[in-house]
Each structure stands twice: as C-alpha cells, then as structure tokens.
Design a protein around this ligand. Structure first.
Ligand code: IPE
Ligand code: IPE
Ligand code: MG
Length: 240
C-alpha cells in the first residue's frame, strides 16, 4: 500500500490483544498464542521502521497481568529472551532502539537482564524507538509521578504553583520521548474496545483504531489499513 509520509503518525501505540483466544480457536494452549504473537511483533516493528515512524509503543505485560496463572506469567517472562535472542541482530541491522516503560525492577532477574542488554546494545541507534511496556500500568505510573512531585514540594525544591501539565508530563515514564511522548494513533486488536490501564494521560487526544483480528493474525497490511484510516481522521484538539 502506498501511504503518504506526510499523513503518518509519529508515535503509534499498540495493545496487542487476543493471543489467548487465537490459541483457543486452534485448540492450542494459550502460550502458543503468545509465541505466535512475538512473530507478529517482529513484522510490525520492521514495517514501522520502513515507514520512518518515530516511536512504536507496544503493551507487552500490564501490572494487572500478574494475576494470571503462574505458568502463563512464567512463560511471558521468558518471551523477551525468546524475542531478542533471535531478533537483536535484526534490530541492530535496522538501527532500531529499544526502550521500556513500566517497572522493570520487579521483573525476574533473567527478564530484567535481557531487557537491560537490549537497551544497552541498541542505545546509540537512531531509527525507530521500540518502546516496550513491560509491567506497565498507567495508574502506577501516575501514582509514582504524584509521589515524586509531592516529595519535591516537601523538600522545598518545587512550589505548588509551578505544578502544571508540562511538569506532570516530565514525571511520567514517557518523558524522555519529548515531543513524541503522546501517541498519535492507538491500535487495539482482538475486538476489545478499552484501554486496560494503558497510557491514560498520553492518549488524551490520540486517534483510536480497533481491529477485530487477534494479535497473532495482525499483519503489516492491517497496520497500513489503520494508517490509512488515521490519515483520514481530522484531529481537532478541542478546536474547530
Ligand atoms: C495479549 O493477549 C497478551 C497479553 C496480555 C500478555 P491475551 O493473553 O490477553 O489474549 P486474550 O485476550 O486472552 O485472548
Ligand atoms: C491488555 O490486555 C494488556 C496487554 C495487552 C499486555 P489484557 O488482555 O490484559 O486486558 P483486559 O483484561 O482484556 O482488559
Ligand atoms: Mg487479552
């Protein structure tokens, strides 16, 4: 599909949903869906990079996903290694930079170390930023920001009157993305139409696209369709 570069979003956020249902439909264990979902990530990352998208944020594991069965959580925590073992060279080749949002400290050591290695190895790359939301929840992120700001007020480093939207944004985990911190387009697969604690502040004026396909079935062509839909949206930001 031929997309006009001028109408592309800078930052795309994706809630990769439906892995379990994809597997169930095939009488496979849920984790088979997660495994297949990793292959989809690889294809979508390459397509975003080709299109010169600046940031792709993917929701990989929410703060609420710890409530899933132990075995499934264990499997999900092994996926970064499965993904990067195979894919880190390709990320390097394509100049893609890995970052994370979410509490990485609370992850099992092997997962944490894998993430750190991927971030470290790709830190000088200047192409697409692949921002992986791992153990991420917007409520936790905002709570953390409030605590940090409150502490600064308490320590007399900050006046209450200087708390504004910019300052709050600077205390969120997306702060280092600067002008690209807020996604222009949010895509959720699997037919569900909710945010599930994803980037609540940052998505205030984003365009939403909901796709009925399960994540493992989502293709670069489906991404292009969403981008075409995005190109036809009229973003008004409350104005006329
Ligand atoms: C998304 O697929 C992946 C994660 C949340 C980790 P799900 O595992 O939520 O799949 P469904 O929604 O149960 O089909
Ligand atoms: C959102 O999907 C989280 C991720 C895709 C990582 P969930 O499947 O966890 O969300 P709910 O439970 O359907 O809202
Ligand atoms: Mg789900």
């Amino acid at each position: 599909m031929k997309l006009n570069p001028e109408t592309l979003p800078n930052h795309i956020a994706i809630i990769m949903d439906g892995n379990g249902r994809w597997a169930k439909k095939r009488y496979l264990p849920r984790v088979a869906g997660h495994k297949k979902g990793v292959e989809t990530i690889k294809e979508i990352v390459i397509r975003c990079n080709e299109l010169k998208i600046k940031v792709l944020t993917i929701y990989a594991f929410s703060t609420e996903n710890w409530g899933r069965p132990k075995e499934e959580v264990r499997y999900l925590m092994n996926l970064p290694k499965y993904f990067f073992d195979d894919y880190l060279p390709k990320l390097m080749e394509n100049n893609i930079k890995v970052q994370t949002i979410g509490n990485v400290e609370q992850l099992p050591d092997h997962t944490k170390n894998m993430m750190r290695e991927a971030i470290q190895k790709t830190k000088n790359n200047t192409g697409l930023i692949l921002n992986i939301s791992l153990n991420y929840g917007s409520h936790q992120e905002i709570t953390q920001a409030v605590k940090q700001i409150a502490q600064k007020v308490k320590d007399n480093q900050l006046e209450i009157d200087s708390i504004d939207e910019t300052l709050i944004s600077q205390h969120l985990e997306t702060a280092n993305l600067g002008e690209y911190a807020n996604p222009d387009l949010m895509i959720r697969t699997s037919g569900e139409q909710r945010l599930s604690n994803f980037l609540l502040w940052q998505l205030a004026y984003s365009e939403f696209c909901f796709c009925d396909k399960y994540w493992p079935d989502f293709t670069p062509d489906d991404l292009d369709l969403a981008l075409e839909e995005y190109a036809n949206r009229h973003r008004r930001y409350g104005k006329l």
